[in-house]
Design a protein around this ligand. Structure first.
Ligand code: PLP
Length: 459
């Protein structure tokens, strides 16, 4: 087994070495991400406009484009210690199997019950809600990882947690639902009869199995109509990228300990939170002109926001109750094909990452799901971890880059984010194993039809 570099299989940090601050990459950006706009007036939304929906401190973080380092409260750091630091793994076994001179590392965020990185932000959001004296929070969940993470965080701080779960997931993933209920959350299949927006949708589309956009609209309605409740979101927002920077800061500290500098950093991109978090301190160096890294966002070919989307203001939800956000988007009524198994289904993208991509600091590529599951299977068999389909998008591109190094003989250092485990995705793995998985790529006509519904906003 090759480990001639004297780098351990797993680089851990001591509690002392764990981050005490989050890294706010917006402070380093010359062109700041565009502000959220009020969908009614088209005006930028300030602190007071956002207060009915979001927690106060989280709004301050959302709007903070200037402070590079934001202290992590000790209560959150203590919770992080239950499952962090997450290991930075040197993928010696994968390197050997691929026969590549590349050095591959992955940051593994699946070592907690929710099975993904989402807990890093869930605990922060629950903490600030508790601090504000709120009774509880509402949210939506699609595949279920975010709802699970939030229910864990809320039970820790003794907050009520109301989750609207897209109806088809609610029915197809009963075990995810039960994990959330075990942590004390109430889980309602969406659309439901419990909200006026849910009743309206059910009346118009009887028998619908729901969508993320609809579940968001229901969660926002419940938050704004119940005193002591706010709405929280698991990706896309600046505050979520900020909390997820704990991934990147730990990664950088671990690499620095061994004097390793990555050439390529790769992450999957749904709403952009894990990638934004992983790259934040590295992107800071790149933006300040101190270092250069290749940074690659990987998205599904069936939901290609960066590679085929438009950079424009759009609605964040189908019910059009949320602020407008300037981002790479496929249009808020774009729904990925039903045969798309691997998460990452959101029509838009983080405004921060969108601006960085627009300004040329990030590359993006899209991959087809059969290729993603091929990489997932290869990885599981040599590195042992059964990866989430979302994470496997990053694995695909890390393997492809390592294979290029085999051709050229270059010893590049590749770091990728392994965001979670795939135990609740075995129906998708079953399809792949049975040879029943197909790829769907939307046509230009479908995308044009969706772009035609973008709101007309200057910006
Ligand atoms: C939610 C999720 C993602 C995608 O979300 P981002 O906000 O783009 O990071 C990726 N991997 C896993 C395991 C997830 O649960």
């Amino acid at each position: 087994m090759k480990n001639s570099d004297n780098i351990p299989y797993k680089i851990y940090l001591s509690e002392e070495e764990m981050p005490k601050t989050w890294y706010n990459v917006r402070a380093d950006m010359k062109t700041k991400p565009a502000p959220l706009l009020n969908p009614g007036t088209g005006k930028p939304m300030g602190f007071d406009d956002l207060r009915p929906v979001f927690c106060d401190e989280l709004i301050r973080q959302e709007l903070n484009d200037t402070d590079r380092e934001i202290p992590i409260p000790v209560e959150i750091r203590n919770f992080y210690k239950m499952y962090r630091p997450s290991p930075l793994v040197r993928a010696y076994c994968l390197e050997e199997k691929l026969g590549t001179p590349a050095k591959i590392y992955y940051k593994f965020e699946g070592n907690n019950t929710s099975g993904s990185h989402k807990l890093n932000s869930a605990i922060a959001q629950a903490y600030y809600a508790k601090q504000q004296g709120l009774k509880g929070v509402t949210t939506e969940t699609g595949a279920g990882q975010w709802g699970t993470a939030l229910s864990m965080a809320c039970s820790y701080f003794d907050l009520d947690c109301k989750v609207f779960m897209v109806k088809c997931s609610y029915e197809q993933k009963p075990f995810r639902r039960e994990v959330m209920r075990t942590y004390g959350a109430s889980v309602t299949p969406s659309p439901s009869e419990t909200t006026s927006v849910g009743r309206a949708i059910l009346k118009e589309h009887p028998g619908t199995t729901g969508s993320l956009g609809c579940a968001i609209s229901e969660a926002v309605e419940v938050a704004t109509s119940n005193p002591g409740y706010r709405y929280v979101l698991g990706s896309v927002l600046n505050q979520v990228l900020l909390h997820q920077s704990v991934i990147g800061v730990e990664t950088k500290t671990a690499l620095d300990k061994y004097g390793v500098t990555p050439d390529i950093i790769i992450g999957c991109a749904g709403g952009g939170s894990n990638l934004g978090g992983l790259i934040s301190p590295f992107m800071g160096e790149k933006l300040r002109g101190e270092k250069d890294y290749r940074i690659i966002a990987v998205e599904p070919a069936s939901c290609p926001s960066f590679t085929r989307g438009k950079f424009a203001y759009d609605f964040c939800d189908t019910g059009k109750v949320c602020p407008l956000s300037k981002m790479y988007t496929l249009g808020s009524n774009f729904i990925p094909s039903a045969n798309h198994a691997g998460g990452l289904r959101y029509h838009g993208m983080s405004t921060t990452l969108s601006q960085l991509y627009h300004d040329g600091y990030i590359e993006a590529c899209s991959v087809e799901q059969t290729k993603v599951f091929e990489a997932a299977t290869q990885f599981a068999r040599v590195e042992g971890i059964l990866p989430a389909p979302e994470s496997s998008h990053a694995i695909r591109v890390a393997i492809d880059e390592a294979l290029k190094c085999r051709e050229t003989g270059e010893e590049k250092t590749i770091v990728f984010g392994l965001t979670g485990t795939g135990y609740f995705d075995m129906v998708a793995y079953e399809k792949y194993n049975n040879g029943e998985m197909s790829d769907y790529i939307p046509t230009d006509e479908e995308l044009e039809a969706s772009f035609a519904t973008l709101p007309k906003v200057e910006g």
